[in-house]
Design a protein around this ligand. Sequence first.
Ligand SMILES: NC(=O)c1ccc[n+]([C@@H]2O[C@H](COP(=O)([O-])OP(=O)(O)OC[C@H]3O[C@@H](n4cnc5c(N)ncnc54)[C@H](OP(=O)(O)O)[C@@H]3O)[C@@H](O)[C@H]2O)c1
Length: 284
Amino acid sequence: MKVLITGANGQLGRELVEYLSGNNEVLGFGREELDITSLESVFEIVKNESPEVIVHCAAFTAVDDAEQYPDSAYLVNAVGARNVAMAAEQQGSKLIYISTDYVFNGQATNPYCEYDNTDPQGIYGKSKRAGEVNVQTQCRKHFIVRTSWAYGKYGNNFVKTMIRLSKEKENLKVVADQIGSPTCIEDLCEFLSELMKTEKYGIYHASNTGVCSWYEFAHAIFEEIAADISLQPCATSDFPRPAKRPAYSVMEHRMIRINGFKEFRHWRDALSAFLSQNIEEGER
Ligand SMILES: NC(=O)c1ccc[n+]([C@@H]2O[C@H](COP(=O)([O-])OP(=O)(O)OC[C@H]3O[C@@H](n4cnc5c(N)ncnc54)[C@H](OP(=O)(O)O)[C@@H]3O)[C@@H](O)[C@H]2O)c1
């Protein structure tokens, strides 16, 4: 299959290019080669390459910066998604738009289903939701894949930050009142590679199964790497940030289940496998 990936130098884009390359013709475009905010560039490249599938990973992902630069966040996340969706529609390509748990308000007490009402609280979530709407209205052959708490080999993420801090600090506080599901990017890539072969369009929630707080996630990382650090739980209010974080962002995988896709493994199993495959013995 010929697959075009936007945001190919980002955390997900880079690993997805690598993951799919064995069995597909993969065209990865970073920001320098394809700025998704330019309608003309997006149309030109999608027309020239004529991919069967576009995986749209490019995004303005700096959640706190988005509060300060809302125009930039909407330009990339809403207008950029519109551009990619229009080009996909014109070329007849399938489109996978990667979205986020931040489209929900985080006030639920049960996992969010794919078709629950969205209610994003900050600019990042609002602009990503606007991107979803543009994808839904501009491209018929679309999938929207919402993920959460992603970590992988490339870029910065919570797992890598915890490993680094375990070497630099003796004590650490991590918030225990935000609950969600971590997602190992390799598992997300496996799901995306299966999804793109189908015509089972619509919204999907895609994270590892099981639930934890950031504190519990950090605790598991330190346990896996046998880190010599004292970890304490704290409250979100102890570390005020410009953007509000969802207190509860667990997502139910109803569409994975009823469309017959393989369920994700438990987050703890995925973490353990990720650390043993990607973190050198000496780095632990
Ligand atoms: N990471 C998570 O925990 C998480 C959770 C839920 C959903 N998601 C979603 O997953 C997707 C991938 O996220 P990620 O973790 O891979 O983020 P990332 O590492 O920040 O990658 C995003 C990429 O998009 C690029 N980009 C920004 N503006 C662009 C533009 N105008 N044109 C082309 N490329 C542009 C960035 O380039 P620069 O580096 O040059 O800015 C970056 O390489 C995003 O849609 C995000 O919203 C991520």
